[in-house]
Design a binder for this molecule. Sequence first.
Ligand SMILES: [Zn+2]
Length: 254
Amino acid sequence: MAYVDVHAHLDFENFNQDRDQLIKKLKESNIITLTNTLNPKNYQDTCRMFHSQSHIHVCPGLYPQDAEKITDQEFNDYISYLREHADDFVAIGEVGLDRYNTEDPKLWELQEQRFKALIELGIELDKPLIMHTRKAEERVIEILEHYVQETGFKKFDLHCFSGKKKLIPRIKALGIYCSIPLIVLNTQSFQILVEELPMRQLLVETDSPFLNPSKERNSPLNIPQIYAKIAEIKGLDVKEVEHMVYRNFQKFTL
Ligand SMILES: [Zn+2]
């Protein structure tokens, strides 16, 4: 049994001063971290950075705004590379749609085209996907409804889901996962998400170095606080929550 953080960015420069110590502390604290990346170069660099760390898994990703920037050739090369090196990663992330930072519907098209190709890669390789959905939550859910219906594949995690409350029943019906961030400590919408979803659909994340309610640098070392909050909301023993989340994680990445 271990703690898990399914969404962090441990390659960010906020960790340059003490990354080695952090890696060591995470190991001592029995915390497994999925460090998500944003584009092909970021994936390669991060793989080199965490080479040979068994408790830190580097995930290949394509951030929505990065999806707008790379060429078709670069994108296709990335897909081929991942197909050939599928043994190197346990999950794909982060990927998704973002209509907050992009307002041009033509670019939404491009984001969506690449997002769907990555979902199809995940289904083909049987790898879970960790998803960014900012201001495009409903569209992402529509897309996932299509894939779940067509293929039965459900290894999708909505990272830091901030969509409308009325979308929660659709997430529940899909049987996919939501990873709960540390800001659940002080943000009611995430507390509601925990209340509404069954334990079997919950994962946890820090999005380190971001999203610390104290505004300090976030780190996966804070992950036990999320388990404690979920236990409080669900009226469960914290040990029980640790086991359930770990089981979900195993099922997610199996
Ligand atoms: Zn992120």
